[in-house]
Design a protein around this ligand. Structure first.
Ligand code: HEC
Ligand code: HEC
Length: 355
């Protein structure tokens, strides 16, 4: 019975996803296949990104001529996901398509992928993960799922910050999720402390963690378990497999209070796109509290239109910059990375476009 119930639920969920009005699926005249996203058609769909449908076609159109197994220019073969992966891990794929200093500009010095293609690839690389680490979270069928976290610029000869691709960092990879999904008022903030649990900083979070042992850590058990005690409780969505894997890995690695901000080295602050950069930062750090039926402070940051209200009154920037006179966000003790703050500033200064 339970199974039928959950099947029914998944089915309803599927229906509601198919009907999601916010998903900008191109208006194609083939109603029988409504979910097939066609990259680079009329609209730039950076929401429904999938390796086979969104990324591989871009590489096929722009790169494969020179980078197959038979014709591997520079020894680089990009003909399959497995062959592409090393160039994601060493940052070269990203460096070359973005024409970053220190990389061979691709497809060539004089031509670059379209803005839409770049945004799509970048979004795919970054996934829903914090700056500095790329989470390659592809479809469940690929052998590397659930995640490969890699540094954007491990081989770039600048500065001496290198984030280990195999390490999960508390400050960048764990804290933002917990703050945004657990520490809202009425739940596990410093005042409400539901069930005596506060989840606002390293010290309080560690009361729910046994370093090295995810299955005996109430933090991990509560977010990975099913049923009524699952956290965050319904109607909130459960954490996805990728996030769970991150939390588990961080605990296994000793649940350290570690931090590594590789984006400090390689922070792109020009031509900032709302869809590709700003919205994911807000989703990662803010909308856990600032969306839904009763958003914190009655502020909903889940849509472009709503976000712009807090641009014009200066509150969004004031709060993330922790400027005097504003409530510091995401909290008094946690802030976005310097790179994320500059990216949002640059987007605001550029007219906060819906780009
Ligand atoms: C016209 C042929 C051609 C096309 C098209 C092309 N490449 Fe290349 N690519 C090369 C050559 C040649 C090299 C080796 C350059 C060198 O080592 O001097 C190279 C090197 C690279 C490297 C290694 C870069 C580095 O800094 O070491 C990557 C990654 C790469 N290409 C990715 C791509 C991607 C992604 C595309 C499509 C967006 C692409 N290439 C399109 C010819 C091409
Ligand atoms: C843990 C929950 C939580 C998270 C995460 C969070 N906020 Fe808030 N936010 C609140 C609450 C609660 C208030 C109302 C505070 C008050 O009025 O004292 C608020 C107020 C605000 C305000 C109004 C500030 C002012 O000075 O009036 C802005 C703007 C805001 N948040 C933006 C953000 C942004 C941007 C992020 C992500 C970087 C974020 N918030 C993350 C809970 C949160």
């Amino acid at each position: 019975m339970k199974k039928i119930g959950s099947l029914l639920f998944s089915f309803l969920l599927l229906i509601s996803c198919l009907q999601d009005k916010n998903t900008p699926i191109a208006t194609v005249n083939t109603p029988q296949t409504p979910v097939t996203a066609v990259p680079n058609s009329v609209t730039c769909d950076t929401i429904n990104i999938n390796f086979e449908k969104s990324i591989m076609p871009i590489l096929e159109a722009n790169c494969i001529a020179c980078h197959t197994t038979a014709q591997s220019s520079g020894g680089v073969d990009l003909s399959s996901y497995a062959k592409i992966l090393p160039y994601i891990s060493n940052g070269k794929l990203y460096g070359s398509i973005m024409h970053l200093p220190g990389y061979q500009p691709m497809p060539s010095i004089s031509s670059q992928l379209s803005k839409c293609d770049l945004a799509t690839i970048k979004k795919w690389l970054i996934g829903s993960f914090p700056s500095g680490s790329i989470a390659v979270d592809l479809n469940p069928k690929n052998p590397y799922n659930p995640l490969v976290a890699v540094n954007l610029t491990p081989s770039a000869p600048v500065g001496n910050i290198t984030c280990s691709p195999d390490t999960v960092y508390f400050k960048q990879n764990i804290l933002p999720f917990i703050l945004s999904n657990c520490a809202m008022s009425g739940c596990h903030d410093a005042i409400s402390k539901r069930e005596g649990v506060q989840l606002t900083d390293y010290t309080s979070i560690m009361k729910t963690v046994r370093a090295g042992d995810p299955s005996n850590s109430s933090l991990y058990r509560s977010i990975s378990g099913g049923g009524e005690s699952r956290m965050p409780p319904p109607p909130a969505k459960p954490f996805d497999a990728t996030t769970l894997a991150f939390v588990s890995k961080w605990i296994k690695q000793g649940a350290k209070n570690n931090s590594c901000d590789a984006s400090a080295l390689n922070c792109v602050t020009t031509n900032i796109s709302y869809a590709a950069i700003v919205a994911p930062i807000l989703k990662q750090n803010c909308t856990g509290c600032h969306s839904g039926t009763s958003p914190s402070g009655a502020i909903d940051l889940s849509t472009y239109t709503n976000v712009t209200k807090y641009i014009s009154n200066g509150k969004l920037y004031g709060s993330i910059a922790h400027s005097p006179g504003f409530v510091p966000m995401p909290s008094a003790t946690a802030s976005l990375s310097a790179c994320e703050i500059s990216q949002i500033k640059s987007w605001i200064d550029g007219g906060s476009k819906n780009n």
